[in-house]
Design a protein around this ligand. Structure first.
Ligand code: T5A
Length: 210
C-alpha cells in the first residue's frame, strides 16, 4: 500500500489557506492519491466544539495556558480519531493549521515559552509531524484587510496588530529553522500567482516522494 503524507497549510488571518486548500486537494487527487481534508482547531466533533469555545467571544478573557491546552486537547482527539487512522490507511491528510500555529500564536503571539509547547507536542504527537507545510506569508495589514472583508472578527482576529506581527515573525522563524519542511509562499500576490507557487511546491514534494 502507498504510504500517505501529512500536509499542512499555515499563515496569519486572511492569508488564503482556505482558498489554497482547494488547489492542494486537486493536485493530490490528480496524482491519484486519496485524501482527507481537515482543520485545526477542529476536525472531530469534540474538536469543533472546542473550536467554538476558542474562536467565539464567550470566553474573551481566557487564560493563555487554558487556550494552549485546549488547542492540544483538540489536537489529541484529532490525531487519535482522524489523522492517524487516515495515514494508517495510506491516505494523504491535508490540514488547515496544525502545531506550527501553536508555536506562532500561543508561543510568538501570547509569549508562552516554546519549551512548554514542545513538551506538549512530544506528549500528544509522539513524533507525528507534517511532511510538508505551506506557509502563506503576507503583511499583517493585507491579511487582516482580506479577513475583515470575509466575516466579522473572531476572538483571535480581535487581537491588536502587534499580536499578528509577532505571529508572522514566529512563522517566518519556524520556516527559517526547517526550510526542507516549511515552504514559504508569497501570499501577497494575486490569487493566480499564489496558486502557481502552491502547485510548484506540491509538485516538488510529490516528485521527491517517488
Ligand atoms: N490557532 C489555531 C491558534 O491560535 N493556535 C493553534 O494551534 C491553531 C491550530 C483559527 C484560529 O485559531 C488560531 C489561529 C486562528 O486565529 P481559522 O479560521 O482556521 O482560525 O484561521 P483564519 O486565519 O481565521 O482563517 P481565514 O479563513 O481568516 O484565513 P484564510 O483561510 O487564510 O483565508 P481565506 O482563504 O479565507 O481568504 C480570506 C479572503 O481573502 C481572499 C479570499 O477570497 C477571502 O475572501 N483571498 C485573496 N484575495 C486576493 N488575493 C489573494 N491571493 C487571495 N487569497 C485569498
Amino acid at each position: 500500500m502507498d504510504q500517505g503524507s501529512f500536509i499542512t497549510l499555515e499563515g496569519i488571518e486572511g492569508a488564503g489557506k482556505t482558498t489554497c486548500m482547494a488547489q492542494l486537494r486537486l493536485l493530490i487527487q490528480q496524482a491519484g492519491k486519496s485524501c482527507l481534508e481537515t482543520r485545526e482547531p477542529g476536525g472531530t466533533q469534540l474538536g469543533e466544539e472546542l473550536r467554538q469555545l476558542l474562536l467565539g467571544h464567550k470566553h474573551t478573557g481566557m487564560s493563555d495556558d487554558a487556550e494552549l491546552l485546549l488547542m492540544f486537547a483538540s489536537r489529541a482527539e484529532h490525531l487519535q480519531q482522524k489523522i492517524l487512522p487516515a495515514l494508517g490507511q495510506g491516505q494523504w491528510v491535508l490540514c488547515d493549521r496544525f502545531t506550527d500555529a501553536t508555536y506562532a500564536y500561543q508561543g510568538g503571539g501570547r509569549g508562552i515559552a516554546f519549551s512548554r509547547i514542545l513538551a506538549l507536542e512530544e506528549w500528544v504527537q509522539k513524533g507525528v509531524r507534517p511532511d510538508l507545510t505551506l506557509l502563506l506569508d503576507l503583511s499583517v495589514e493585507q491579511g487582516l484587510e482580506r479577513a475583515g472583508k470575509r466575516s466579522a472578527p473572531d476572538r483571535f482576529e480581535s487581537e491588536a496588530v502587534e499580536f499578528f506581527r509577532r505571529v508572522r515573525q514566529s512563522y517566518l522563524e519556524l520556516a527559517g529553522n526547517e526550510p526542507d519542511r516549511i515552504k514559504v509562499i508569497d501570499a501577497s500576490r494575486d490569487l493566480d500567482e499564489v496558486l502557481v507557487q502552491v502547485t510548484i511546491a506540491v509538485n516538488n514534494f510529490l516528485q521527491d516522494k517517488t
